[in-house]
Design a binder for this molecule. Sequence first.
Ligand code: PMP
Length: 350
Amino acid sequence: MSWENNVRKVEPYVAGEQPKRKDIIKLNTNECPYPPAPGVAKKAAEMQCDDLRLYPDMNGEKLVNALADYYQVSPDNLFVGIGSDDVLAMAFLTFFNSDKPILFPDITYSFYDVWANLYRIPYELCPLTEDFRINKEDYLKPNGGIIFPNPNAPTGVLESIELVEEIIKANPDVVVIVDEAYVDFGGQSVVPLIEKYENLLVVQTFSKSRAMAGMRIGFAMGSKKLIDYLKDAKFSFNSYTLNMPTIEMGVEAVEDDKYFKEITGKIIATRERMKKEMAELGFSFTDSKTNFLFATHKEKPAKEIFEAMKEQGIYVRYWNKPRINNHLRITIGTDEQMDRMIAFLKDYLG
Ligand code: PMP
């Protein structure tokens, strides 16, 4: 008997690399290539260090109100956390508390099985179809809860709001979490459905479309009941999650809708141009509605392309996992970054 038998052992999530070198074309973690809204920098410059003496507002009320205003929900329907990873981890702990398995796709955000293992939540993987679509029937069996991203990651595939609603409607006895990390790049949000379904939790993030991954802001929208349960769990860990500068700067990002539309629009335009140019180089991919492409080449193995790109300082994401080990996930960068990537690929692929 060793003390180690009593340790909660987990296999942690492996995030994409954050290289120290600055000359990298970094297309591996779906960050935004453009800076946050100009008001964010302005707010940072104006901030008074003396204010840091005090604890921040527990509820991040200023940010909650700004988000509630933007999404046309009540502040009671909103929960903020340290990136959507924090919000999702809290939601797993709070809502997935059944002996029955929770359900999520076999190819999806690879943090889900980590949290399920960490919290000892039984889970069952629902295989996506050959073309990476959700099979609705998989979500009609008895379960302890449901989670999936829409659009999905790393596939980029967007499911219709009708399909998502059918899954929610068929599961009134469990919490259904829709992870909308990438919804701002051409998806349709199910936020309007939170009024209709008390058991629906929608999670979003500032890390992609609001260009603030380094600030760590995530949020969830749902019925007051769901949000209250989530807050009870959160306040049992740590009462002050978002720090003061984050709350203040987050508000600036939400309030500049023009800039938000401008940068998401630019990323969408670059993505669509890349689909054409990469197809000419022999790549095929899903019809991504996110800020990344999930691509496979007709001849060259993905792993080889990944390594060759890395050698050139172009970082993309590759997983040596069943079903996706011949795919690359390529974040959409600036036009200039993408042109440099295309120039390299043209040369490399001959
Ligand atoms: N959900 C999905 C599907 C993601 O791809 C990511 C990004 N890694 C997250 C949630 C978490 O993002 P963040 O914690 O930066 O909000």
